[in-house]
Write a new protein. Sequence first.
Length: 623
Amino acid sequence: MRGGKLFVIMPSEKDFTFIMKRRNGVSKIYSCGTLQAENVGEEVTLRGWVNRRRDLGGLIFIDLRDRSGLTQVIFDPQISEEGHATASKVRSEYVLKISGTVRKRPEGTENSNLATGQIEVAVTSIEVLNTAKPLPFEINDRVEVDEMVRLKYRYLDLRRPRMQNNIILRHRIVKYMRDYLDERGFLEIETPIMIKSTPEGARDYLVPSRVHPGEFYALPQSPQQLKQLLMVSGMEKYFQVARCFRDEDLRSDRQPEFTQLDIEMSFIEQEDILQLTEGLYIGLVEKIVANRKLKQKPFPRFTFEESMAKFGNDKPDLRFDLFLTEISDLVKDSEFKVFSGAIAAGGQVKGLSLPGCANYTRRELDGLVEFVKQFGAKGMAWLALDKNERGEFTSKSPSGKFFTPEQLEVIASRFEPAAKPGDLLVFVADQPAVVANALGRLRNEMGRRLNLLNPDELAFAWILDFPLLEWKPEEKRWDAVHHPFTAPKPEDMHLLDTAPGAVRADCYDIVCNGYEVGSGSIRIHRRDIQSKIFSLLSYSEEEAQARFGHLLNAFEYGAPPHGGIAPGVDRTVMILAGEESIREVIAFPKTQSATDEMTQAPSPVDEKQLRELGIALIPQNKG
RNA sequence: GGAGGCGUGGUGUAGUGGCCAAACAUGCAUCCCUGUCAAGGAUGAGACCGCGGGUUCGAAUCCCGUCGCUUCCGCCA
């Protein structure tokens, strides 16, 4: 899915008409995409870039481009000898100011591909505002240019229609978010970018202090603690389009700095946040992107457990019906030791039914086995379903001989929808976490490969009831699944001492098309409970005080119950734009190695700067 | 930290051991052209095939290393 054609931005007059009010001598100044048949006869001025020049010798056409679109302007020596002479020297991406008369195009030369295709401007005067060297790549969406070249010349890349659309869409989305929350009584409040480092989770970006040599600020991984403190401040409803920084390795949907719509509310319950957020996303889709369709509203809800069981992960792609199906009970006594052995060892057997894949070649099957092995599965069993003359289920596969036709039929009917001859059943037998990961990945892969997912569809859902804590075997301690300020479910509170791993959190993720779009939780607002969680996370009272003292102290002065959510702005725009990388919706993104090709950041600094900061560099081995 | 893919005129690709002193498209330059709109026609310039080493009589092509971009794993409260 390439190019900016997947979404249609609902038109907003405001974007382009403001400029029309200005006058330039006798002629009105227009944007290039706005002139219509009704303007015929008007004296107008246009400014823009030369998108394309077509020099017919005696007659020159130029498509003049600005943000709003294209207008064909024509240079006729009979109208202006001088203008025609100048136009013959003009090249691609020169910046021009032209004045002339809007006229209807001659019969048969209209261009229906152009919004302004009914008219053209006959130029009486031209001014070259700036020239341009030949460009490193063409300003259009027809070719896929190398990522490094695009990023080095990002200011040119951003001239391409696809990128202009993406940036405009991003603006509209963020504007809608701000308006939506403003209408509901939220205050946009800025929080500091230089804060105290409280390393927990991701690595911090550090900023050295000159005034306090040897000490550092950190850039916020998110404004989490600050927004909670704003709740203690009585702000009640807060939001911020907040930049967040995490020094971790990049992915197509992860940049070292990214933007969240950070939201926090007091005196609310989980349901309030879900309703608020769901309303926001339904509005975004229905009001901003015309040709994307919501698969389902209200959004379906799954518990974490259900999602893991059915989809093998906590961010399911719900655009296609392919479900992980457990058959442990059917095969626990099987002769097939791969199955019965795994169950005896405390594991399980689950499978997927791949429609119409029974004719996969050995080579294709080996490919699937290799695929699941990447994700920890020891192997993959398969049953290629067929029917014999008597109408009985058969399966041509090594493991098929362990199952009678009746058993095959029972297994096949366990799937939803029931597997039929011609389908390929694939199974992984292992510990539940391994089974979920391997089959969950395979599910997504096959959804793509079998063309089961509609790119225009948006399948949002809520994932609820995450566990509060997970056991870190290497560190021999419990760790917060979401973050350490997440409230345990009141009904599970009694398990904190006896079975911490069974405690569920008041925590929720909004997901769409296989991406985690946002996550949030009801927070702890009582000092005693927060201390208890810190101690479960193996922080001493002193450590907790040193790191989070500001929050713990604040909780002693009348902290209201509160909670919030933080949808990812970049991912939201990416999904609504139909793009596959957030780099396509960020004006100046970084490469996978976190460099900026345009400015060459990061870069060495002067010795003097380092000395002022009291920093000495340790020589690196490499290079 | 690890695995895969890619790297050939400005851009996008072809070429996978000799036919390559590298082809095609586009862009660029010069010329012709008054209804084009991814204009058309003619002519021309432009790449030592990411970089370094090796194998070979011979390397864009095979091998090793390295760098860059990218996808993924680890990591991402």
